[in-house]
Design a protein around this ligand. Structure first.
Ligand code: MN
Length: 263
């Protein structure tokens, strides 16, 4: 097998194939050598299935509900969609029927929840037309885009990147994934977050400024998208702080509720 592969790699055809492979996200098949410090791929179970979804990238949409945009100090009528990323290993999975402990992160005094619909892609592409975009969505989940609001604001005020506020360990809380072929696509329905039993955020998915299809279409102009990419589609208004001991419960009609205890 090893000899065969080496022989294969010396041919001109193989070099061309290898170059193509590196751009199609499967370069590892042509690489030699033991992997040092290997780690597990980040995966999420598919609900009612033995299969798991390997997460490639986490994209997040900013200020995608008008009332939330206003509470963040922006004008929702003037702003095209914009995106940021979280590292893939920031995922914290919340299985059905389980309350997961979520550690209060360091260096913040204003730690916020943002409940969001999460779309998981089963196909990729570039420059996807809006009317084709939902064909890329393989599954949906409910997530919390956890945010160190004080650090996000401080960095924003200084015109520095948002990473410290948005892209930290366990900042991407998410349920298992529900197949879109079973749930249908989510264009409306209640989205809600409770803290300690009290409703904090409640809205309807139809109040998104940019629909999931429009998000995918726009994002695919900036990045080539791939199967495995997931998109946090933005949060409605009334984000707010939590502290250790608080219980967060997220709900979207048609998905199971998630339950997370800040510790
Ligand atoms: Mn968000």
């Amino acid at each position: 097998m090893r000899t065969t592969r080496r022989t294969f790699l010396t041919s001109a055809t193989a070099i061309a194939t290898s170059a193509m492979a590196s751009t199609s996200h499967s370069a590892s098949a042509t690489l030699e050598g033991d992997i040092l410090f290997a780690h597990q791929p980040v995966t999420l179970p598919i609900v009612d299935s033995a299969q798991r979804f390997q997460v490639r990238r986490i994209y997040c949409v900013g200020r995608n509900y008008a009332a939330h945009s206003r509470e963040m100090g922006s004008d929702p009528d003037r702003e095209p969609p914009f995106f940021f990323q979280k590292p893939t290993d920031a995922i914290q999975r919340v299985p059905r029927g389980v309350t997961v402990d979520h550690p209060y992160p360091p260096l913040t005094k204003n730690y916020h929840y943002e409940v969001e619909l999460v779309a998981a892609l089963g196909q990729g592409g570039r420059n996807i037309p809006v009317d084709q975009a939902l064909k890329l969505v393989y599954a949906y989940g409910i997530g919390l885009d956890m945010t160190r609001r004080d650090l996000q604001r401080m960095m924003g005020d200084q015109k520095k990147p948002w990473e410290l506020g948005k892209s930290f360990d366990k900042s991407a809380i998410v349920s298992d994934l529900h197949l879109a072929s079973r749930t249908g696509h989510f264009t409306r329905g209640n989205i809600q977050l409770k803290v300690n039993g009290q409703i904090k955020q409640t809205s309807d998915l139809n109040k998104m400024i940019w629909s999931v299809a429009e998000q995918i279409s726009n994002l695919s102009q900036y990045y080539e998208l791939f199967a495995g990419d997931i998109i946090y589609s933005g949060t409605p208004e009334n984000v707010g702080p939590v502290k250790p001991g608080d219980l967060m419960e997220g709900h979207i009609d048609g998905l199971y509720d998630i339950s997370v205890r800040v510790v």
